[in-house]
Design a protein. Sequence first.
Length: 281
Amino acid sequence: MKQKIAIQGELGSYSHLAATEIFGDIEVVPCKTFDQALDLVKNNKDIKAVIPIENSIAGRVADVHYLLPKYKLSVIGESFHKVNHCLLTLNGNDLKNIKYVKSHSHAIGQCHQKINKYNLSPIIEADTAGAAKKLSEEKSLDVAVIASELAAQIYNLNIIEKNFEDISGNTTRFLTMSSDKINLIGYEKNKKFITTCIFKLKSLPAALYNSLGGFAVNNVNLTKLESFTVNNSFDQALFYLDIEGHAKEPKVETALETLKKNTESLDILGVYLASDYRNNH
């Protein structure tokens, strides 16, 4: 039986591409929102999710951070995938007929120079592949979409221009998530690991400074630290943290103990092998 993978977006999305590159021959379960995708995984042990967490140009993906503490799924892996945007139209159509371009807000932002070059008016859609699917159904002659080459194949659209993005090297980091209980895979000295946590500080002076001091003292590298608010309150900030190392590695374990002393809550979402992409970038 094929592994079921939940994604946000339609077939042909970049999440679909990433899931296929990670798992190979899979059954993709498209979801309209990240909330729906993670809820599906929470309630189905046979389904995993592949979710974008950040992009090298656009930064963190909206909504995902807020959903991590809600569902507390286990993070079991990471992967990095190049994003190659294509400008798509209906087959037989010509660029001179195009007045509007539709896509996800990130894709629009990543291609704004090309959009201005062709004097197109951008229209935001929920996702790239969804825009491609809608174009194939509505058959609008004055509309182009920005989506993947896979979306062009699935929805039988014409590729006007490949590599439509303004900056080459556009890369998105994805996390693979599961409803299985957190499994701290065995620590091996010759392998690189990432530990992902979410924590809430105690309401004390210098709490953040004191909580992070353990990482400096123990020579543990933090690859990502971001704050985000929850419950519409500026007093309820949570922190997302990626640590270079394994939670059971002695120096990381000691640093986490220091962190825990200064927090109201500390949840380790996952310990997983670092992607090989990190070695070259």
